[in-house]
Design a protein around this ligand. Structure first.
Ligand code: NAP
Length: 613
């Protein structure tokens, strides 16, 4: 290190000697901290103005005002965690914290020990499982290989849905594990329900505040000026988003199923003109639905409420007529344990109290399954409870996400979705899917629909246009593949493509049949195998077709094909996964462990992507 002297620096002899004693004893972290401190108290001009002072000034040039580095990791299925992690990362960067943002699947676990401040944003999938791109990191942390993390500070933002039993389980698991490994919680975990904006914003503010506080406690000063967001930060935020949806015009709304089908699948074309909303194949469209007016009226009647009574719909105190609020603002179709608990606290209903009693979890689950708010107020005789305190316990109506079935290059300023109307009978009453039946029954061309774009970076066409793609999408799971092929046709991508598609009947349920046939003829789609499950005595599903073509499918994999699965998670995605494993095992002469490793490595290379729920 350069020696300071009174002749080559602005310091007198005594100061130079003190500094020469001190500086070599400092660790890197201490030096960075000190330079941040000097920058903060003296203005940046004080450091670096004199080249001879480089021993002090060098780190300051690149140093953040806060010495510790932050790592923000996300595990995302639909893109929400990614988006929030990006928001946090940007905020920390703007306040001078050196921040690394990464998907959990891209994070090198052998670097974990060096991480100082770790912030995790993760959703929970299915029955309490981590999303696909979090699995490897989750398993590593829960394995014997996980290192002791005594120097780590951390916090977790967990995304979930209170209507699921294992609400935010993955976030809770990460939070617990990091503590067990020795980490210190910088701010408490926040668990978010489907309407996550407010809670997530609060967590981001808490993390940013805690880092600023700990930096200033260490430095004795605030990180002056660093907290202001960088210029352009606000401009980058899209004008239209989940919390500020675009009122988009419906251009077309058609039923794709033929007469005689017991299914109804809507192809909805929506104008994005004037919104500046952008999307890529693989992204989803968020739709804010409206509740069924008939159900709303039945609820109002069952409670003896007045439809025009004013009720509060937001924390800011905004008021709306009760019918409007129940139609457009509150969720009335799902029962959750937190909701029932809050209603019990409000009403002191003895029967509801019994249902919620400890030990009765199974009974509670059975009661909530397939029932809605109307069932609850009727079954527990709640007529007469005033509207205002009751409805403010309800969740905000959650947006529904639909895989986009158009390409922005083929249909500029438009977005298409493919939505199956959900109708079924439960507990003696006909039930309707909130958003799907809203789209099927009450949305016509010319109407407006509040929408936003939900990016999904985990479901994307290969960057290399020559790479082969294999797409597996039965039912409405075929939606994103219409987008993929329409896009590849527009860009002239030369990679081979192979679609496995299935539904119940060839004659009535073959979604987009004419388009697939045209694409096959033109070469935009190379191969297509179909499985119509109810046209033959024995059920045939997409995975049966995959197994029939196992040799060729394995050759495509060996050539670097990317595999995409979209549709039902519970059964189809699992069965397709098993089929893929057995194809690799058989055709690659591998053990089941080797086949599993083969698939894991495809996942690591982003060559096996799923959009399933
Ligand atoms: P569906 O009910 O999945 O039916 C499509 C076809 O799949 C039918 O022929 C059905 O046969 C068959 N099938 C049933 N079990 C199967 C299994 N274990 N393996 C393979 N195929 C099987 O179609 P849908 O009504 O369009 O529903 C699609 C599902 O995908 C829904 O759960 C929807 O929520 C989801 N989805 C997810 C996304 C996404 O994650 N982005 C996008 C679109 C749709 P049978 O009926 O004859 O048994």
């Amino acid at each position: 290190m350069l020696e300071l002297q009174s002749t080559n620096s602005p310091f007198n002899q005594e100061q130079a000697e003190l500094l020469n004693r001190l500086l070599p004893s400092l660790t890197d972290t201490q030096r960075i901290w000190l330079s941040g401190f000097l920058t903060a108290i003296g203005g940046s001009a004080s450091a670096g103005a004199n080249p001879a002072a480089s021993a002090v000034s060098q780190p300051a040039a690149a140093a953040p005002a806060v010495a510790r580095e932050a790592t923000v990791l996300y595990g995302s299925q639909t893109g929400n965690s990614h988006k929030l992690a990006t928001k946090l990362s940007k905020k920390l960067t703007d306040q001078g914290v050196q921040t690394t943002l990464s998907s959990m699947s891209d994070f090198k676990v052998n670097g974990l020990k060096k991480v100082q401040d770790l912030f995790i944003v993760v959703s929970t999938h299915g029955e309490g499982e981590p999303p696909d791109n979090a699995i490897a990191f989750y398993e590593f942390l829960h394995s014997k290989r996980a290192p002791q993390l005594d120097d780590l500070r951390f916090s977790v933002l967990a995304l979930g849905d209170t209507s699921y039993e294992f609400f935010c389980q993955t976030g809770k698991d990460f939070d617990k594990k990091l503590e067990e490994l020795g980490g210190k919680r910088l701010v408490p975990r926040i668990d978010c329900d489907v309407d996550f904006d407010e809670a997530a914003t609060e967590w981001i503010a808490q993390v940013s505040g805690a880092l600023r506080e700990s930096a200033s406690a260490g430095a004795g000063v605030a990180t002056a000026g660093a907290a202001a967001p960088a210029a352009g930060a606000a401009a980058e935020e899209s004008e239209y988003s989940r919390s500020n949806p675009f009122q988009a015009e419906i251009l077309e709304n058609l039923n794709l199923n033929g007469r005689g089908s017991d299914r109804e699948t809507r192809h909805v074309e929506i104008s994005l003109e004037g919104s500046h909303l952008q999307y890529e194949p693989g992204d989803s469209l968020g739709v804010i639905p409206q509740n069924d007016p008939e159900l709303v009226d039945q609820l109002i009647a069952a409670m003896d409420w007045r439809a025009d009574e004013l009720v509060t719909v937001s924390k800011s105190g905004e008021e709306r007529g009760l019918r409007d609020a129940l139609l457009n603002h509150y969720e009335i179709s799902t029962l959750t344990k937190p909701l029932l608990t809050a209603i019990e606290a409000l009403t002191s209903n003895a029967d509801l109290c019994d249902l919620l009693a400890p030990g009765g979890e199974q009974e509670l689950k059975e009661y909530m399954n397939g029932r809605d708010l109307l069932d609850l107020v009727q079954d527990f005789k709640m007529k007469g409870i005033p509207a205002e305190p009751f409805v403010t316990l309800l969740r905000k109506i959650p947006a529904r996400l639909y895989s986009i079935s158009s390409s922005p290059r083929a249909n500029p300023d438009e977005v298409h979705i493919t939505v199956r109307a959900v109708r079924y009978e439960s507990h003696g009453r006909a039930r309707k899917g909130v958003a799907s039946v809203h789209l099927a029954e009450r949305v016509e061309s010319g109407d407006k629909l509040p929408v936003f774009i939900q990016q999904n970076t985990s479901f994307k066409l290969p960057e290399n246009p020559d790479a082969p793609i294999i797409m597996i999408g039965p039912g409405t799971g075929v939606a994103p593949f219409r987008s993929f092929i329409a896009d590849r046709e527009e860009t002239g991508a030369s990679g081979k493509s192979w679609l496995f598609y299935g539904d119940q009947h060839f004659s009535t349920d073959f979604l987009y049949q004419i388009e697939w046939q045209r694409w096959l003829k033109d070469g935009a789609l190379t191969k297509m195998d179909v499985a119509f499950s109810r046209d033959t005595d024995q059920k045939v599903y997409v995975q049966h077709r995959m197994l029939e073509k196992s040799g060729e499918l394995f050759r495509w994999l060996q050539e670097g094909a990317h595999v995409y699965v979209c549709g039902d998670e519970k059964k189809m995605a699992h069965d397709v996964h098993q089929a893929l494993l057995s194809i690799i095992e058989k055709e690659g002469n591998m053990s089941s462990e080797q086949a599993a490793e083969y698939v894991a490595s495809m996942q690591q290379q982003k060559r096996y992507q799923r959009d399933v729920y």
